[in-house]
Design a binder for this molecule. Structure first.
Ligand code: NAD
Ligand code: ZN
Length: 249
């Protein structure tokens, strides 16, 4: 791993436009379970069923009760970990421009990154299905489910359910970032959810170097990414920053 850390630090030092693409893996150390792999709420049900817009439309109270309420409790108390803080540090060092994230937990902004594209929307806000008014999730009263807007409409997460369109703005801005970067760090994503998994492919196609940070291989490994640093996001980011600071000194 040492050699790959050194290599990535050198790549970062030489790069002019770095973009990170992150997934659920980067937030695991903050106590938010990923879809795939061990632990957490997703072992009890199938995300494709319960986190599907059809399930929500059919029975919002049920989806609030068995999914959204628990997500709210988890996300309300989650704090950025070394993985998020490392990416914020990369921005401070003038080395990272944009974070494209699949996560809906708001932790990149909390860590201090200023340009975060939320590909799947955000769970930090709820929006009224009738009038569109937004409410900060932390402040939503869930003593009665589903929670309602002052207009009487039902509140839903301002995030993308399975079966819904990606917000056009996020899609266009992400594609733009992927096309224009010369280095993409792909951190903590299984790279199987589309169309976001195409971003590294677009980056590669436009001549960028693609580096994965993940304890496991993904469909990108050996195909799209130049190499994989096998390890957890926090641990790898800490070592990477340490090495980069030596290089920049
Ligand atoms: P995923 O659950 O499919 O995959 C998680 C990936 O993280 C795996 O490749 C795993 O090997 C890796 N991983 C495990 N521990 C890690 C660590 N310590 N550091 C780095 N990587 C680690 O996640 P995905 O690819 O993001 O797809 C899931 C979808 O579900 C996303 O589109 C997202 O919208 C949603 N989701 C979001 C959150 C969140 O906001 N935190 C949590 C769960 C799911
Ligand atoms: Zn309303």
């Amino acid at each position: 791993m040492d050699d790959l850390i050194k290599q990535t630090a050198a790549d970062l030092a030489a790069a002019h436009h770095v973009v990170a693409l992150t997934g659920a893996g980067i937030s695991i150390d903050s106590g938010i379970p990923p879809f795939r792999g061990k632990g957490g709420l997703w072992e009890r049900f199938d995300p494709m069923e319960i986190a599907h817009i059809d399930a929500f439309m059919q029975d919002p109270a049920r989806v609030w009760d068995i999914l959204v309420r628990e997500m709210k409790e988890i996300v309300d108390r989650a704090r950025p970990n070394d993985g998020h803080l490392g990416l914020a540090k990369l921005e401070q060092l003038g080395k990272l421009k944009t974070v494209i994230t699949q996560n809906i937990d708001g932790l990149h902004q909390a860590a201090g990154n200023s340009d975060v594209i939320e590909f799947h929307g955000t769970f930090a806000w709820q929006r009224c299905m009738a009038c569109g008014k937004k409410y900060e999730t932390r402040r939503v009263d869930i003593s009665q489910l589903p929670p309602r807007c002052e207009c009487g409409g039902i509140l839903r997460p301002d995030a993308v359910f399975f079966g819904e369109m990606i917000p056009t703005d996020a899609l266009l801005r992400s594609r733009n970032a992927a096309e224009n970067c010369d280095l993409m760090l792909v951190v903590g994503t299984s790279a199987v959810v589309q169309p976001v998994a195409l971003m590294p492919v677009i980056a590669k196609d436009n001549g960028a170097r693609v580096v994965e940070i993940n304890p496991e291989k993904t469909p990108l490994t050996g195909e799209i990414s130049d190499y994989l640093i096998m390890g957890g996001a926090g641990e790898v980011m800490n070592r990477l920053i340490e090495e980069l600071e030596k290089t920049l000194r």
